[in-house]
Design a protein around this ligand. Sequence first.
Ligand SMILES: Cc1ncc(COP(=O)(O)O)c(C=O)c1O
Length: 380
Amino acid sequence: MNPTRAEIDLNKLEYNYNSIRNYIHKENPRKKVKICGIVKANAYGHGIQEISRKLISLGADYLGVANYDEAIKLRSVIPDANILVFGTLIHSKLKPSAYVSKLLKYNLIATVASLDTAKFLDYYSGKLGRKFRIHIKVDTGLKRIGLDVKRAYKNIEQIFTYKNLIVEGIYTHFATSESADKSFAKYQLNKFYDLLEMLRKGGMKIPIVHSANSGAIINLKDSYFDMVRPGLLLYGYYPSDDLKQKIDLKPIMNLKSKVTFIKRVDANTSISYGRKYFTEKKSFIGSIPIGYGDGYWRSLSNIGKVSIGNKFYPIAGAITMDWLMIYLGVKSTVRIGDDVLLMGSENGNYLGADKLAKILKTIPYEILCAVADRVQRIYI
Ligand SMILES: Cc1ncc(COP(=O)(O)O)c(C=O)c1O
């Protein structure tokens, strides 16, 4: 069996979930704020089915996915949960009524980001004699999808006339919630508050209001409303360094492999493609069966390191599709079969996705999502 695997610790997921729940209820213990666990993109690379099952067992009220394909797959393992789809409805190859009938069969909750979607769902749900649960998405500044907050009131008035829609929720999404400079997030939040106040005065009651992603959960307490939508925090990382330490979290994934080949090479031997690394002395080189085909970044060639036992070893030369090589030293106690940590934390050595993201000038989200399908996920 391929020794490369992602070990995912569901006890740490539980720890993070409880940390988030305690944090959001610290201010106001009497108000129960719902939690929508974000499991899109295969639960940020951790495996949507197992993570979702665990979140539901912990009491998560909703699961958030990016599109209808993810939602339908998820429904097959989670028969009852509230599954909210953030994406827009894109007309499928099916006839509209067959399409809407399929979505209704899977009991999904749609995001309505335009009047067209609302009309479409209302019309075909009506033809089927059914009602569709929706959450209205309002664009307060991200400029991705959603009803423009300036026109949203009129649009929502219109949506309220559609009798085959159940307007269960309304939400917005922040552009800068993780940033120490809160000005734009507060601007978005104020726009959202103004709209909610107008809706209240207009007699339009929407039961579940939500806006807070991970950054806002830590940074913007006024953004909780009835439900929060943590993604990254669940997986044990902070959306920015500014927000570290406010909630205690544990990274839940350890990306691991094993040393499977060791050789002793002469001084001045080149290692791997392109001959970008040369040994200085006669030394040991280990080969690990993980590469960019597994989602381990080629840009870490010659600059990344891995951990074996409680020691770090540098990556030697170019990372290839299926292998990378490490420098073990002129003498080495490392043996074939020794466990290698490539991402995560073990034996006091930290190689978190945030640390890799810094080297790679990206964000931990991308590092986690990149772990390829061919890497076996093992749940602990
Ligand atoms: C609509 C929506 N809500 C919540 C989240 C969760 O974000 P985060 O992982 O920063 O908590 C996302 C992810 O991007 C999202 O698209």
